[in-house]
Design a protein around this ligand. Structure first.
Ligand SMILES: [Mg+2]
Length: 271
């Protein structure tokens, strides 16, 4: 399905009026434009202040769910009292500041350490590629490579990863694809499974859950959010197939939308 543009008034009203509201927000491409490389950290004080404002609203919870490592998410959104999910939810920082790693490092790291030198060697004489080591996963970005080279290198990278996974514990890893992108990480590096994990045994079983995100990793979360009766918003400049209910065209419009949501929701008396 191709979701229509979010009709701001009815959508805002629906979200603002929820007795309990839980917002799951992706970061790159959703709250902020993409950084030149994924290791660049340029915090935007306006984003942090917006998130702080949302988190301070009555009966409202905010979670940031990012593919970036947790330490980066923390640097980008230094807001106390919210949930931060890094590496697609492998690393969690709870609102009280405690942290949980959902996978055993000693299982994950040896496999990544076997693959990393092979991917590095593959990229040695190539232009426009970037190998990101997030600790819990390895990501190969080809955003600045030409299309044909990107396809070819990513195909070989995929084969190298498959070969390493033959000796890895069964079912513990997954390859995440995307446009000019390949990543290997734990199977739990899945935003959909993260939403399931975060909402099990929920203290707000009737909360309206809203997820805003821009890519195929967010689509995995949209599926879970929709199955749980929630509302999904995709961030995309043009029409495209998505499980989301509606579309916002850019991170700037998302920030505007959330600002208006904060204003509207602040006016609704606590019931
Ligand atoms: Mg994103």
């Amino acid at each position: 399905m191709t979701p229509p543009l979010c009709d701001s008034n009815p959508t805002l009203q629906h979200l603002a009026a929820a007795a309990e509201l839980r917002l799951f927000l992706d970061y790159d491409g959703t709250l902020a434009e993409f950084a030149p490389t994924p290791d660049d950290i340029f915090p935007d004080p306006a984003v942090a202040s917006l998130i702080g404002r949302l988190a301070g609203l009555p009966r409202t919870q905010v979670a940031i769910t990012s593919g970036r490592r947790l330490s980066h998410v923390q640097a980008l959104v230094p807001v106390p009292g919210i949930l931060l999910a890094g590496t697609y939810g492998i690393e969690l920082r709870w609102p009280d500041g405690t942290e949980t790693q959902r996978v055993d490092w000693s299982v994950v790291r040896p496999v990544l350490d076997r693959l990393k030198p092979r991917w590095s060697a593959l990229l040695e004489d190539q232009q426009g590629f970037y190998l990101e080591d997030k600790g819990w996963s390895l990501a190969l970005h080809a955003r600045f490579a030409d299309e044909a080279t990107a396809q070819e290198v990513l195909r070989t990278a995929n084969q190298l990863a498959d070969a390493v996974l033959l000796d890895a514990p069964n079912g513990q890893f997954r390859l995440l694809g995307g446009h000019k992108f390949l990543e290997i990480g734990p199977s739990l590096a899945n935003k959909g499974r993260t939403i399931e994990f975060l909402t099990q045994g929920d203290r707000w079983p009737d909360a309206l859950q809203v997820y805003i995100g821009d890519d195929d990793k967010d689509e995995e979360a949209f599926a879970v959010i929709k199955a749980q009766g929630g509302f999904a918003i995709v961030v995309a400049a043009a029409d495209r197939a998505s499980l989301a209910d509606c579309r916002l065209p850019s991170p700037a419009v998302v920030r505007q939308f959330l600002q208006q949501l904060a204003e509207k929701r602040a006016l609704i008396p606590a019931s």
